[in-house]
Design a protein around this ligand. Structure first.
Ligand SMILES: [Fe+2]
Ligand SMILES: [Fe+2]
Length: 178
């Protein structure tokens, strides 16, 4: 009998669903930033991160298409909220858009770390684990890029960062369930 792809089907379905939602939201944030940034120097930086998000999204989209899970029905909401968050932060300026990147990616990195631990503990050496490790590494690079671009010196850093992280955690909570 072939080894089952995954040990805990429901948990894996949830992981794919929430990661798909997260990567979908992430690329919408960067699209919003790209469309509204006033600083020409930011374009290639944001473009680079956007391209990586599209690769991440593409992976989870294919897993869903292969029948491993389904998309959250909240995608249209994440589409609008992500884009608006990106747009507003870019209008506020480079530091604020980098603050959004730093905060969002911090939540995602922690979230991916939890999944990595789960997959490792369940003895799962699947392609999914490899992919999540790779994506987590790239999200961590996005944090470094944001900090290099002065995210920590954005106005209202601590309030805005808390707000963005809370929004992301709520989106994660809902995207696992709906
Ligand atoms: Fe990503
Ligand atoms: Fe990212």
């Amino acid at each position: 009998m072939p080894k089952p792809y995954f040990n805990d089907n429901n948990k894996i379905k949830e992981i794919l669903m929430v990661n798909h939602a997260g990567e979908f939201g992430a690329q919408r944030i960067y699209q919003g930033q790209l469309a509204f940034t006033k600083n020409h120097n930011d374009i290639s930086t944001i473009q680079h991160m956007l391209e990586q998000e599209l690769e991440h999204l593409n992976y989870f989209e294919n897993e869903i298409k292969n029948g491993q899970s389904k998309p959250t029905f909240l995608l249209p909401l994440w589409s609008v909220l992500g884009y608006v968050l990106g747009a507003l932060s870019a209008i506020a300026g480079t530091k604020t858009s980098m603050l959004v990147t730093e905060s969002v990616e911090e939540v995602i990195v922690n979230h991916y770390q939890e999944q990595i631990e789960y997959l490792e503990n369940s003895g799962n050496q699947s392609q999914l684990l490899i992919k999540i490790k790779q994506f987590k590494q790239e999200e961590a690079e996005h944090i470094e890029i944001a900090i290099k671009n002065d995210s920590k010196n954005a106005e209202l850093y601590s309030a805005l960062s808390k707000m963005v992280k809370t929004m992301c955690n709520m989106a994660i909570y809902l995207s696992k369930r709906l």
